[in-house]
Write a protein of this length. Structure first.
Lengths: 290, 368
């Protein structure tokens, strides 16, 4: 076989050197990245004393005690309550976020109105604002409203499209969608809201799924919001409850904390993998042919 | 079915650019009207104004006797086919066709019957369950036309619907659309149609009347043959017909045309009063031949080059430094392709087919 033919046989990107070396390096990097997570999972099966005495992540014997004890917690509630609380915050928040952000993005991307440019730059500007500066005034407002120790301060702001990153993302996505389909739908007899529901929302689906995934993960992991607004233990979400189990007793049962951390990871990871396909799919499936 | 009339219709964009300058036009009931012109002549803008996708800055638009300036697209009784089809990607072909009817709350049985009728008409029953991304360009084009047909609109609007297809498919679809228009007329529901294209072949073959536009101004509205035989100005003359009409600068002296050192006598009856001095002389390539014809005048020329097109030979030559082109039938012209560049030849100009245009920007025709 000639050299040229040999070159053709190789796949694109294959430089002809031994592939196993590259795989080895990639695998080593992956293990370094993943090791803390692997250690966390391994440690969740260890006893409290073994965590600090052995460096390896493989437990000497598998024990589910930590999961059982951690789940029960030292309070009168189990983690079932805290997970439920987390979902009670996260799910309504996702719903109001998607509705409000899609509406606002639709307005910015498709309508001409007075002050549009200024309003859009103000909105983008708020992304630069550190959230912490709003905490105090917001707290005072919600105290006046009597919303403290409820989930409302965590959910209601999102109903006004305050998650500007999502609005920005949706606007950019919409700008990339040609208007022909909307014009065809206008001629077919849609009004502005029917257009949104029948045409825009289906086209925006990949972007909306991204919004759902990000909002789910961010809200599940949010610590500061619940810490400020929630005072009774029965309302705590997972993030607060985890912190509480660290500080509750004199001697921390690290095995329990670690076990529950592993459990707390599961929803976010599951949502991410379930939605992964839709991240990749996307505007490429539009009906416009060049 | 309805007539469309435009009265002094204008379009000015917010930045002050005036795209459409006072257009007056009547599209008769059931007529196939083609808007044609080069890129940027505002033909699509005009169509979108009829559709209601662009606002009208001035003048009045009537469809079927109603003034529709301020009506939304859905209230105008129109259907439109877009250049890139604009099918809804998340709906099957069936739902694409049915979408407008569903919005209009058409009873289910009638909706189904109308969708299937349109599918039969366009031979795409087998495509109904597919999604747009599973269609070829030609199929997507048919679906787009079908979506317009099911609505039984008063007026069909086509915005360069064939320009995304390859040449062969384009020719086939051209015939198909013309036949469809004819079939609808024979079925007693003639469809008023406005068809936008930049392709003069499409315009000539499809249009019952053609409206030639340039920079937002109507140049001429007439039947294809009338446009071809009696263009109103130099722009229409050069735009309609392929290859282009020869239009060259010349000078009129005592009833004869002087160009490139040659004097060509003009048939006086063909033209109205023409002032002495500079004019533009126009002659279509098919009115130049190697053999003398009735009313033709022999002209000495220098051969430049030939293009053999199969049935005919496009021949390019100079008359005293002035360039011309001619369409010579292949049986006479093939011999020319072997001649060297610069060979001296005699061509016969049919001066009874000549055109004269004023030597200014507008270039009005002097035909009597």
């Amino acid at each position: 076989m000639s050299a040229a033919a040999e070159m053709n046989e190789r796949a694109v990107g294959d430089d002809g050197r031994t592939p196993w070396l590259r795989y080895l390096m990639l695998a080593a990097t992956a293990i370094v990245m993943l090791y803390p997570l692997l250690w966390l999972i391994g440690a969740s099966f260890k006893s409290n004393s073994e965590i600090f005495t052995s460096a390896g992540f493989w437990p000497s014997k598998f024990s589910f005690d930590a999961y059982a004890k951690g789940w029960k917690t030292s309070t009168e509630y189990t983690f079932a309550t805290y997970f439920l609380n987390s979902f009670l915050i996260t799910i309504p928040r996702i719903i109001v976020t998607v509705i409000s952000c899609v509406l606002v993005a639709y307005a910015f991307a498709r309508f001409e109105f007075w002050g549009k440019k200024i309003l859009f730059s103000i909105m983008v500007g708020t992304m630069m604002l550190p959230l912490i500066v709003l905490r105090l005034p917001q707290y005072l407002v919600f105290r006046e409203l009597g919303w403290l120790d409820s989930y409302l301060p965590l959910i209601v702001p999102s109903a006004f499209a305050t998650d500007t990153f999502f609005v920005f993302m949706l606007v950019q996505f919409l700008r990339g969608i040609p208007r022909d389909m909307e014009e065809a739908a206008l001629i077919d007899g849609c009004n502005a809201l029917q257009l949104l529901w029948h045409i825009i929302v289906p086209l925006l689906k990949p972007a909306i799924i991204s919004v759902i995934v990000f909002q789910f993960i961010w809200t599940m992991n949010d610590f500061m919001g619940p810490l400020i607004y929630l005072s009774s233990v029965e309302n705590y979400p997972v993030s607060l409850a985890l912190k509480m189990s660290i500080g509750a007793t004199e001697e921390v049962e690290w095995a329990n904390v670690i076990a529950i951390s592993v459990v707390a990871l599961i929803p976010s990871v599951a949502v991410f993998f379930a939605a992964q396909k839709h991240f990749i799919e996307g505007a490429t499936s539009s009906g416009v042919k060049g | 079915m309805a007539a469309v009339s435009l009265r002094k219709v204008e379009k000015t964009y917010p930045n002050g650019f005036k795209a459409v300058h006072g257009v007056d036009l009547d599209v008769r009931d059931g007529e196939f009207m083609v808007f044609v012109g080069p890129s940027g002549c505002a033909k699509s803008t005009l169509l979108r104004m009829v559709a209601g996708l662009e606002s009208i800055s001035g003048g009045e638009l009537h469809i079927g006797g109603r003034t529709v300036n301020d009506l939304p697209p859905k209230a105008r009784g129109i259907a439109m086919v877009f250049q890139n089809y604009a099918l809804y990607p998340h709906m099957t072909v069936y739902d694409n066709l049915a979408f407008g009817l569903k919005l209009a709350k058409t009873p289910k049985a009638e909706l189904d019957q109308r969708v299937r009728h349109a599918a039969t008409l366009l031979e795409m029953e087998h495509l109904l369950a597919r999604y747009p991304k599973q269609l070829s360009g030609g199929q997507a084009q048919r679906v787009a036309v079908g979506r317009a047909i099911v609505k039984k609109p008063d007026v069909f609007l086509f915005d360069e619907p064939l320009s995304n297809l390859d040449a062969k498919l384009r020719a086939a679809m051209r015939v198909r659309l013309t036949e469809l228009h004819r079939a609808l007329r024979e079925a007693g529901q003639p469809a008023t149609t406005i068809y936008v294209t930049h392709d003069q072949t499409e315009a000539m073959t499809m249009g019952e009347r053609i409206c030639v536009l340039k920079a937002g101004v109507i140049q001429q509205v007439d039947t294809p043959t009338a446009l071809y035989d009696r263009p109103a100005n130099a722009f229409v003359a050069s735009f309609i017909g392929s290859p282009e009409m020869n239009i060259v600068k010349a000078e009129l002296r005592d009833g004869s045309l002087v160009l490139g050192g040659v004097s060509l006598p003009l048939p006086a009856a063909r033209f109205g009063p023409v002032p002495q001095g500079p004019v533009q002389f126009g002659l279509r390539p098919e009115h130049i031949s190697l053999q003398p014809r009735a009313g033709s005048i022999a002209v000495q020329a220098t051969l430049k080059f030939c293009e053999h097109m199969g049935a005919e030979v496009f021949t390019y030559f100079d008359v005293g430094g002035v360039p011309f082109s001619a369409r010579i039938p292949a049986e006479e012209g093939t011999a020319l392709t072997t001649l060297p560049r610069g060979s001296a030849l005699t061509f016969h100009f049919q001066m009874n087919q000549a055109h004269l245009f004023a030597d200014d920007d507008v270039g009005l025709s002097f035909l009597a």
